[in-house]
Design a protein. Sequence first.
Length: 268
Amino acid sequence: MKTNVAGSPPKTLLSLKDISMYFTGLKAVDALSFDIHEGEIVGLIGPNGAGKTTVFNCITQFYKSYEGNILFTSRAGETVDLRDIPVTGVIDQGIARTFQNVELVPDLSVLDNVLVGAHSQFKTGLIHHILRFPALKEEKRLKEKAIRLLDFLNLLPIKDFYAGGQPYGVRKKIEIARALMSEPRLIILDEPAAGLNDSETDELETIVHRIRDVFKATVLLIEHDMGFVMNICDRVCAINFGRFLAMDTPENIQKHPDVQEAYLGKDD
């Protein structure tokens, strides 16, 4: 277990406690529990159908009918039960995510797609927007922030191009920039390396580390590219059929007999 500079145990940012989720009688997640510490990069792995995306949808409150509790340390430093937070309010607590299938507005520019991620940060109301002056100042601040993020991800030269015309790997980076606009404490990446070539995957490894180091965001990701997971994660949580198998360092996870059986089958 990692310790901070003072030698004390790491702080828990997200805690799943006995999470179960059913779909028409099928148990997609089965009494799953694990913790994520502040400043970690954590991978959630498992074979197809293991329940990984269901777990993400429970954390982000796309699904509300799960059993158990999901606790998160909010921006205010308070421990909140995410079930009490509406799905539209999860981002305000400090959680942002990307999706398996890139969700951009194709007819908007790259810059405008990133600005969509700032919707929760507008402080001025309707009257202020009518009067325009405070609103213009706020829009300028958010636009400058979006431009810095595009520069961070080497996307600034295409900021005025339509998002829909960009290559798949570029669209994935745009979605990451949009998620970072909300200044998340936890960023959840759903298969970020899927569909990327080798050079794009290498670049993504650098991006994920820089997200943690520069933006001080904790990272939770699902990924089938085991090389990518093992290269960047501090710890890996393995599940199968919605059940917890193990959570450990990448090196130890690769050696774990239950994880090997889930991926390779049992040797009779």
